[in-house]
Design a protein around this ligand. Structure first.
Ligand code: FAD
Length: 415
């Protein structure tokens, strides 16, 4: 495959862009693979990529029922941060964040990583205490964060109203190297690099059953026929419960709709990411100028990919209180994705009760930021057959042992 470069752009410009090839192949599935990954979201594609790159395993297929990146990966508000409280979480999210720093170069694909900084507003005394605690934990973990006062918040975000009537801004947890990336580009970049290594990405191919022999996985049945494999990875976010049922086990996961919306485009108004967890609103500005706004998750389980209407009203109301100048903006689009929530708001990575069947799920409302780290760890776990250093704490057995990794403060809020 041709490398993308400034020289390639100049060459193509000179010949009216007639020489660009397809970014990835569209292969017919083979009868058998060493490894099959179900789900071509960011986590599935990243797993396949690091299987090839880090472990030399390239007889791999990624099977996707829709189009690649069409699940939560293409529906999220793209916030990237690693300011989690527990050591295990900070380790994998910081691994992911640090991989994002050089992902464009690694994939030879511009994922538009923008470390513009993330602010998590403290709007109650309780939040101040919580974020100061996280700041101290982050310092010990080697994650760069700082608790800042309201004046510094105002300096970073001139359009913010810090003395709002209900919830004045009392400070914020600031992660200067957090930010955003272009979500589609992350999926496309991994897909292109996978395809280039010979890994097959099979779209429009729904898995309908998981075949097993003597307690171990032997293959899958799909809408494009049967495929045998030695190892299987379930990486399907909100559909994890459905796939687990096919594999014969239950997961401590609930699937709910989480939604987001964007405004009409405006001139640059805000150049950091702001998360207001108390009032439940998240905002950043896209390169096109739209304000990207994240809201809350539905309070009931569903698979609708839409989300309840009252959340939009609540989110917009919360944001207008914090950013009064956006009150006259029109909202352009709204959408939802089905997120996979665990009880402790931490992911599940590792083995399953079905031998040679592995799972990576439970990223809930905040897994976009984790894509490179999760793929890295899931690939190592599948290649070795046992959890790597990042996955070790995230096995599903922790729910039987009562060994929770409680991130309800850092991750129970959306994004
Ligand atoms: C509105 C919203 C906002 C969010 N905001 C953020 C944010 O700001 N920051 C952040 O870090 N995270 C955010 N998230 C969470 C993040 O999007 C997800 O955690 C992450 O994208 C999950 O990626 P994934 O690859 O696991 O899942 P997905 O991208 O959903 O991929 C799973 C794939 O599996 C496929 N699949 C399912 N069943 C089958 C089957 N039977 N056969 C074949 N394929 C199947 C699906 O079609 C899908 O493409 C947000 C999510 C939503 C919905």
């Amino acid at each position: 495959m041709r490398r993308y470069s400034a020289f390639a752009i100049a060459r193509e410009a000179a010949r009216y862009h007639t020489g660009w090839g397809r970014a990835w192949r569209n292969p017919t599935p083979k009868k058998s693979y060493d490894i099959v990954i179900i789900g071509a979201g960011g986590h599935g594609l990243a797993t396949a990529y690091y299987l090839g790159k880090n472990h030399g395993l390239k007889n791999v297929a990624v099977v996707e029922k829709g189009w690649l990146g069409g699940g939560n990966t293409g529906r999220n508000t793209t916030i990237i941060r690693s300011n989690y409280l527990q050591d295990e979480s900070a380790a994998i999210y910081e691994k992911a964040r640090s991989l994002y720093e050089s992902l464009s170069q690694d994939l030879n694909y511009n994922v538009m990583f923008s470390p513009r900084g993330v602010l998590m507003l403290a709007q109650t005394e309780h939040e101040i205490r919580g974020y100061k605690r996280t700041e101290h934990a982050n310092r010990l973990q080697g994650v760069e964060t700082r608790f800042i006062g309201p004046k510094e918040v105002k300096r970073l975000v001139p359009i913010i109203e810090i003395s709002g009537p209900r919830y004045p801004v009392l400070g914020a947890l600031w992660q200067p190297r957090g930010g955003t990336a272009r979500h589609d580009a992350v999926a496309w970049g991994y897909a292109r690099a996978c395809s280039d290594m010979g890994i097959d990405i099979i779209q429009q191919c729904e898995v309908t059953a998981i075949r097993q022999k003597n307690g171990a996985v032997s293959g899958i049945e799909t809408t494009k026929g049967e495929i045998s494999c030695n190892k299987l990875g379930l990486v399907v976010a909100g559909n994890s419960g459905v796939l687990a049922e096919m594999a014969g086990f239950r997961l401590p996961i609930e699937s709910v709709a989480l939604q987001a919306l964007v405004s009409e485009p405006i001139k640059p108004a805000i150049n950091v990411v702001v998360m207001a967890n108390t009032v439940h609103g998240y905002i950043s500005q896209s390169d096109k100028g739209e304000l990207v706004i994240g809201g809350g998750a539905d309070g009931f389980n569903n698979y609708t990919q839409r989300g309840s209407f009252h959340h939009i009203e609540e989110t917009v109301r919360a944001l207008i209180e914090t950013f009064p100048i956006i009150s006259r903006l029109k909202m352009l689009r709204q959408w939802g994705g089905i997120v996979d929530m665990t009880g402790d708001r931490s992911p599940i990575i590792g083995r399953t009760p079905l031998e040679n069947c592995f799972i990576d799920c439970g990223w809930g409302t905040g897994g976009f930021k984790a894509i490179p780290g999760s793929g890295w760890s899931m690939a190592a776990t599948m290649a070795r057959g046992e959890p790597d250093e990042f996955a070790a704490a995230f096995g599903m057995e922790r729910f039987i042992e009562g060994r929770f990794i409680d991130e309800s403060v850092a991750a129970g809020v959306a994004h």
